[in-house]
Design a protein around this ligand. Structure first.
Ligand code: ADP
Ligand code: NI
Length: 216
């Protein structure tokens, strides 16, 4: 029964996100699911079914992938109606999905261990080598530059500025990606973040060396 629901959810998500090129594609969702399962096992915490369902569905209502916030919610709701779960399970899955987003640091407090684990899993996929690739994919899609030294790094910003303000993909490292490791909830995710953080730091160092025309 549980396997069947997971399979049905995978198929739905695959169909919905398959074509996305902003870094929210099916492979992102699959990595988040695997990270989340790994964290849950290592921490010996959380309901594995709820974690897997929330990880699979976490980007479905994302406002960036829908015409409006309302349309995104509706998409998730229509799917929820097709799966045979208890209301408490559905509510828990919804609550995780709507509480984990970063939103320029304006995210909500997390109430359950499952939410903490899925949030960590999603954040791990925004850093490291994959995180670098996703940042430039997203930046390209939005039409933002790779880098512009004339633009200041925004230290504080509203949710609206975070989404719409002028920035570059290199700036995004300072505005979000490098900060994520200190915002993780679980010890396991903190350990997983270490090599990813180093990868971003050495990437940036080399980026500036090349930018400045240094030959070594
Ligand atoms: P969240 O919903 O948690 O705020 P997003 O959905 O905005 O995160 O981010 C999805 C992916 O796109 C992440 O890998 C993120 O780092 C990247 N991204 C988001 N905003 C930008 C940006 N302004 N420049 C480059 N990459 C970005
Ligand atoms: Ni995500």
């Amino acid at each position: 029964m549980i396997d069947k629901i997971i399979e049905q959810t995978e198929e739905f998500v695959r169909n919905q996100l398959g074509e996305d090129s902003t870094g929210h594609d099916w492979f992102h969702v699959d990595r988040v699911r695997r990270n989340a399962i790994h964290i849950s096992k290592a921490e010996q915490q959380g309901d594995p079914f709820i974690i897997e369902m929330a990880a699979l569905l976490h980007d479905i209502p994302d406002e960036k992938l829908n015409y409006s916030e309302e349309a995104g919610k509706q998409k998730l709701e229509s799917f929820m109606e097709t799966i045979p779960l208890k209301d408490v399970e559905k509510n828990h899955i919804r609550e995780i999905i709507f509480s984990i987003s970063y939103k320029g640091g304006h995210g909500s407090m997390l109430s359950s261990v499952e939410a903490k684990i899925v949030q960590d899993a999603d954040r791990l996929d925004a850093i490291g080598a994959i995180g670098i690739a996703r940042a430039f994919a997203y930046g390209g899609k939005k039409g933002q530059s790779i880098y512009d030294p004339a633009i200041m790094v925004r230290e504080t910003m509203s949710q609206e500025e975070y989404r719409r303000g002028k920035s570059t993909s290199i700036h995004h490292f300072y505005e979000k990606l490098l900060k994520l490791k200190d915002l993780l909830n679980t010890e396991t995710a903190m350990q997983m973040a270490e090599p990813r953080q180093q990868m971003m730091q050495s990437f940036l160092e080399q980026f500036y060396r090349e930018w400045n025309g240094q030959q070594s």
